[in-house]
Design a protein. Structure first.
Length: 198
């Protein structure tokens, strides 16, 4: 794929994801991966947001275990964080088993945010295991059911994202997507050169 097209998609996706996270965080403080719905066998920019909820503490480590069939291709840099990746295989056959971000200090009421390019293999709901470490050494396992206080982040993968009808959420998503495209074009126009995604 053309590097400029990849960059435009990444920038647009980042803008959309950031807008979506701002909207979502006002509704509930859960660890989330966005977009919540993705197309199968298509590389897309995903954003993981992990809230720091404990008073007077910071989030210092985040461990993500992706589900089988969810292939992570590469990562965007996360300022202030060191990334450690455990994987099997090599080249095109590489499968990421676990990724750990450490060394950050995200204060109360703010989100630790990480981004990566990935593609889901099948049409189904993907459930991620996530562990958060606080500055006092305490742990939060985001692995529970949707109704729990610490639900596991999930995304739904579909073979097609088209639908016959429309909804308020779809209209909002299109509007946010338009903002993302505009921001991406502005970013490309004001920044010269290229920067690798991983």
């Amino acid at each position: 794929m053309n590097p400029i097209c990849v960059r435009v998609r990444a920038l647009a996706g980042a803008a959309v994801a950031a807008s979506g996270l701002a909207f979502a965080s006002s509704a509930r403080a859960h660890a989330e991966i966005s977009p919540p719905v993705a197309k199968t066998k298509t590389s897309e920019l995903f954003t993981l947001a992990v809230p720091t909820e404990k008073e007077s503490l910071t989030t210092t480590k985040v461990e993500l275990t992706p589900p089988s069939g969810f292939g992570i291709d590469s990562f965007l840099p996360s300022a202030g964080w060191k990334r450690d990746v455990q994987s099997t295989g090599s080249g095109e056959s590489t499968q990421i088993q676990k990724v750990t971000w450490s060394g950050g200090k995200v204060p109360t009421d703010e989100d630790a945010v990480f981004q990566f390019l990935a593609n889901p293999d099948s049409s189904k709901t993907y459930r991620f295991n996530l562990r958060q470490t606080y500055s006092d050494g305490s742990l939060v396992d985001w692995t529970g059911p949707e109704s729990s206080d610490t639900p596991a982040p999930t995304i739904e993968a579909k073979s097609s994202l088209g639908s016959g009808g429309s909804s308020t959420l779809a209209i909002v998503a299109l509007a946010v997507g338009g903002v993302g495209v505009v921001l991406a074009v502005i970013a490309l126009a004001t920044r010269g050169g290229s920067r690798p995604l991983a």
